[in-house]
Write a protein that binds this ligand. Structure first.
Ligand code: NA7
Length: 555
C-alpha cells in the first residue's frame, strides 16, 4: 500500500490506499498488475468473476475458441513464458486459454493483489486530494492515485428484449455468460438465436448433441474456415524460433497485430483467375487474414465485392439446399465490415437433417412461448434456448460503473452521444483514469493481446514518468481529445466499415449512439502516435505537479 493519506469516503472512513486500482483481471488487468508492481507501485485489482481470465472466464459456450492463432494470441512480455507454454492447437479452445490465464496468474504470483468476486460499483475523483475513491460491491471504499479500467470490450453480455423470454420453461443460456458445469444438449430440441461469431462457433458442436437444432438468423455473416488442427512440437518450435520477428511485425508493422504478408496490390489489379487463385489459397489456409489478400478490401466496395462473392460462392458450394445456402449468404454488408468469423464446419452443419435455419429478418420472432419460439409465421418447439446475441461492446462494462470525474460529471453523462477519449487512453475531465483498449484505440480491430500490451506498457511508462517528476495528476486536454475523436471518425469513414450495422458502431444496442468506436488507423501507426505523444512530454495532456492547484484542461 502507498503513502497516500486515508480520506473520509462518503459512507465510511477508509484505511486502504493504493497507487493504482485496476478494474478487471482479464489479460489486460493481469499484465497491468504485473507491470506496475515491477515498477514498485502498490496495486489492487478487483475482478467481478470468480477467477481470472476475463472474457475467457465467461465465454464457456460449446466450441468457444479464439479467432487469432494461439501462438500469436498470447503474451509476449516474458520470453520464458512464451518459450515454455505449449499451445495444443492452432486456435486454442476456451478451457486451454483459461488455463493459460491461470498459469500466468500463478507464475507471476499475481493472485495476492487480485480480489475476486468483487465488482467496482463507483469511482469518484476527489479534486482536493487528487485521488480516486473507489467503492466495491463488498461495501468497501479504497483510495487510489490512479484507476485503470481493464474491463474488456466484449464482457457485458446483452440479453435480447424479446416478449415472453422470462416465461420460457426450459433452460436459457447466454453464450457470454455460460454456466461452469458442462451442459449436455443430448436429446433436446435447442434453439440458437443469433448468428455472430459465438453462434458460428457453437452451432456445429450443439448440432452434434441436440435431437434438433433451430438457428434463428437475423443477419447472415461471413465466415472463413479455421482449419483448426493440433500443433506439432516442430510447428511450435519453428514459431518460437521466429518470435522476435513475429512479435516485432505484429507491433510495429501490422495493421491488426497479426503476423501475415503485407498485400502489395488491390483486388482489381489482378485478373479474374489470378484473383480467384489467391482467394482459394487464403481460404485453404483459413483464418482472419483472409482480408489481407489485397490492400483495398476494406476501402473499395468493388474490390470488396470480389472477396464477398468468393465467400458467397463457397457457401453455395458447401450448403446442399439452395434456399438455405441463399439465406446463409451475407448480402447487406461488405465482407470484413463486421469482424469476420472463423469456423469449423459451420456452413456444412446446415446439411444435417437435424438442423433448421429460420430467417427472422423476413419472419421476425414475435414472442417466446413457454415451450417454443413463435415467429410471425410459425412456432418452433424447443426445450432449451441459447442466446448468442452478443455484447454491449466497448462501452458497456465501463458504463456499469458510476464514474464521477471533475465537477461531479459522470462518464456516462459525458459519453451520452458516444465515447470520447484522447488516444482511447483517457477522457478529459477524468484525471488519472486510464482505459485499456478503450474506444478510440485499435482495440477490437486487432489481436487484443498486442493492443493490451501496448497500452499497459504506455500507461506504466507514463505513471513512472509522473512519479519521477512529482507530478500528481494527468488529464487529457479537451482540444486534443476533440481532435482525436474527429480523427478516429474521419479515418473510419474512409473505409467500408461504417456501412455495416455492427457492434463496432453500437448498432446492436437499441438507443446506443452510432459512432464508429475503435480506431481504424492500424496498430503500428497508432503505437507510433502514442510513442510520439510520450516523447513530446505527453503532448495533449495536462500534467500538474504536487502542491500546485490542478489545472483544468482547456476547453
Ligand atoms: P455478435 O457478433 O454481436 O452477434 C450477435 C448475433 O445475435 C447477431 O447475429 C445479431 O443479429 C443477433 N441478435 C442480437 N439481438 C438479437 C435479437 N433481439 N433477435 C435476434 N437476433 C439478435 O456477438 P457474438 O457473441 O457472436 O460475437 C462477438 C465477438 O466476440 C465477435 O465479433 C468476436 O470478436 C468475438 P444482427 O447482426 O444484429 O442482425
Amino acid at each position: 500500500m502507498s503513502a497516500l493519506p486515508s480520506i473520509a469516503g462518503s459512507s465510511r472512513v477508509t484505511t486502504q490506499s493504493y497507487d493504482v486500482v485496476v478494474v478487471g483481471a482479464g489479460f489486460a488487468g493481469m499484465y497491468m498488475l504485473h507491470k506496475l508492481r515491477g515498477q514498485g507501485f502498490s496495486v489492487r485489482v478487483y475482478e467481478q468473476g470468480g477467477d481470472v481470465g476475463g472474457t475467457w472466464y465467461w465465454n464457456r459456450y460449446p466450441g468457444a475458441r479464439c479467432d487469432v492463432e494461439s501462438m500469436q494470441y498470447s503474451y509476449s512480455f516474458s520470453e520464458e513464458l512464451q518459450q515454455e507454454w505449449d499451445w495444443s492447437e492452432r486456435y486454442a479452445p476456451q478451457p486451454e486459454i483459461l488455463r493459460y490465464a491461470n498459469h500466468v496468474a500463478d507464475r507471476f504470483k499475481l493472485r495476492p493483489d487480485i480480489q475476486l468476486d468483487t465488482r467496482v460499483d463507483r469511482a469518484q475523483f476527489d479534486e482536493g486530494a487528487n485521488s480516486w475513491s473507489v467503492t466495491t460491491s463488498d461495501g468497501n471504499t479504497v483510495v487510489a492515485r490512479y484507476i485503470v479500467l481493464a474491463t474488456g470490450c466484449l464482457s457485458n453480455a446483452r440479453m435480447p428484449d424479446i416478449k415472453g423470454l422470462a416465461d420460457f420453461k426450459g433452460k436459457v443460456y447466454h453464450t457470454g455468460h455460460w454456466p461452469h458445469e458442462r451442459i449436455d444438449f443430448t436429446g433436446q430440441r435447442v434453439g440458437v438465436i443469433g448468428t455472430g461469431s459465438s453462434a458460428i462457433q457453437s452451432v456445429p458442436v450443439i448440432a452434434e448433441q441436440a435431437s434438433h437444432l433451430t438457428v434463428f438468423q437475423r443477419t447472415a455473416n461471413f465466415s472463413i474456415p479455421a482449419w483448426n488442427a493440433a500443433l506439432t512440437s516442430e510447428e511450435r518450435e519453428a514459431f518460437r524460433a521466429k518470435y522476435p520477428d513475429i512479435r516485432r511485425f505484429a507491433r510495429e508493422v501490422s495493421r491488426n497485430g497479426i503476423y501475415t504478408e503485407v498485400p502489395d496490390k488491390g483486388a482489381l489489379d489482378d485478373g479474374d483467375s489470378e484473383r480467384r487463385a489467391r482467394y482459394e489459397a487464403r481460404w485453404s489456409r483459413g483464418g482472419l487474414t483472409f482480408m489481407s489478400v489485397y490492400n483495398n478490401l476494406a476501402l473499395d466496395k468493388a474490390a470488396n465485392d470480389t472477396a464477398a462473392d468468393f465467400v458467397r460462392e463457397k457457401i453455395a458450394e458447401i450448403v446442399k439446399d439452395p434456399g438455405t445456402a441463399r439465406l446463409l449468404q451475407p448480402n447487406n454488408h461488405p465482407i470484413g465490415s463486421k469482424r469476420i468469423c472463423i469456423d469449423t464446419d459451420y456452413f456444412a452443419t446446415f446439411n444435417r437433417p437435424n438442423v433448421t435455419l429460420v430467417d427472422i429478418k423476413s419472419n421476425p420472432i414475435v414472442e417466446i412461448l413457454p415451450n417454443a419460439v413463435r415467429t410471425r409465421d410459425k412456432e418452433y418447439e424447443v426445450d432449451a434456448l441459447v442466446l448468442a446475441t452478443g455484447f454491449d461492446a466497448m462501452t458497456g462494462s465501463v458504463a456499469k460503473i458510476d464514474i464521477r470525474g471533475c465537477n461531479g460529471q459522470t462518464l456516462n453523462q459525458k459519453w451520452t452521444e458516444g465515447p470520447k477519449t484522447y488516444l482511447g487512453l483517457m477522457s478529459a475531465g477524468f484525471p488519472n483514469l486510464f482505459i485499456i483498449t478503450g474506444p478510440g484505440s485499435p482495440s477490437v480491430l486487432s489481436n487484443m493481446i498486442v493492443s493490451i500490451e501496448q497500452h499497459v506498457d504506455w500507461i506504466t511508462d507514463c505513471v513512472t514518468y509522473m512519479r519521477e517528476r512529482d507530478i500528481e495528476t494527468m488529464e487529457a486536454k479537451q482540444d486534443a481529445e476533440d481532435t482525436w475523436v474527429a480523427h478516429v471518425n474521419e479515418v473510419a469513414h474512409t473505409t467500408l466499415y461504417p456501412q455495416a450495422n455492427s457492434w463496432y458502431m453500437g448498432a446492436n444496442i437499441p438507443g446506443k449512439p452510432q459512432i464508429f468506436m475503435p480506431y481504424i488507423g492500424g496498430v503500428a501507426l497508432y503505437r507510433q502516435t502514442c510513442n510520439d505523444v510520450a516523447a513530446k512530454g505527453y503532448e495533449g495532456f495536462t500534467m500538474t505537479a504536487v502542491e500546485q492547484p490542478r489545472k483544468v484542461a482547456a476547453s
